[in-house]
Design a protein around this ligand. Structure first.
Ligand code: 13P
Length: 250
């Protein structure tokens, strides 16, 4: 059985005091949540203080990006070991905003995943098609390219322990969610593709999240789908009440 995983991607929001206020509220509001893994992904500056605040909590910490080199003259970058040092267990890699705004490619995503795994982090690899790609019927083609490129050279055991987030670009921050059926069918495609590459047993272990305008009122239907094991939540994760309702989707 795959344990559901609900992660909040705070993007470029929350100063340190704001981040601490949010996690304190979240700890209280999710204390009764069972059989679900909760992850928060604050901006880099708030990672360590949030990690400290989460010391006695089951909520896990994730970062929003990482660089693939272990150290060196890479101004502005953050290494995998720096993230584990700051208390992270997860790291989001290849978010569509990074692909679209910061030149991230399947090749850089692949390098980052390998480096993250080496450091003991669990990558949350994001994939997803744009509206144009969906409209011309290229969703599976695009997802296949991102999966094949992002996971190239990994071992089956490494892939089995990862998380993949299917985030259709047109559903992010737009209030437009993929229908639960459509989201499930792409997640099913992702799992089948990974089964072909790494074997069915490993593909069955991997957790696949849906992301894109997830809210308290659509989470239950998404989570009821057979291939959706969780959610990567943007806007609705910035508010403790709405994120805790998502976490308690049952
Ligand atoms: P929204 O939930 O704001 O649409 O963002 C989704 C997302 O990009 C999470 O990574």
């Amino acid at each position: 059985m795959r344990v559901p995983i609900i992660a909040g991607n705070w993007k470029m929001h929350k100063t340190i005091p704001e981040a601490l206020a949010l996690v304190e509220q979240l700890k209280a509001l999710t204390a009764a949540a069972r059989e679900v893994e909760i992850v928060v992904c604050p901006p880099f500056t708030a990672l360590y203080p949030v990690s400290d605040a989460l010391k006695d909590s089951p909520i896990s910490l994730g970062a929003q990006d990482v660089y693939w080199e272990p150290q060196g003259a890479f101004t502005g970058e953050v290494s995998p070991a720096m993230l584990t040092d700051a208390g992270c267990r997860y790291v989001i890699i290849g978010h569509s905003e990074r692909r679209q705004l910061f030149g991230e490619t399947d090749e850089t995503v692949n390098k980052k995943i390998k480096a993250a795994l080496q450091a003991g982090l669990v990558p949350i690899m994001c994939v997803g098609e744009t509206l144009d790609e969906r409209e011309v019927g290229e969703t599976e083609l695009v997802i296949a390219r991102q999966i094949d490129g992002g996971l190239a050279g990994l071992t089956a055991a490494q892939v089995a322990g990862m998380v993949i987030a299917y985030e259709p670009v047109w559903a992010i921050g737009t209030g437009r969610t993929a229908s639960a059926d459509d989201a499930n069918s792409v997640c099913d495609y992702i799992r089948r593709r990974i089964a072909n590459m790494f074997g069915m047993e490993n593909a069955q272990k991997l957790r696949i999240q849906y992301g894109g305008s997830v809210k308290p009122d659509n989470i239950a239907e998404l989570m009821a789908q057979s291939e959706i094991d969780g959610a990567l939540v943007g806007g609705a994760s910035l508010d403790a009440v709405s994120f805790s309702k998502i976490v308690k989707f049952k």
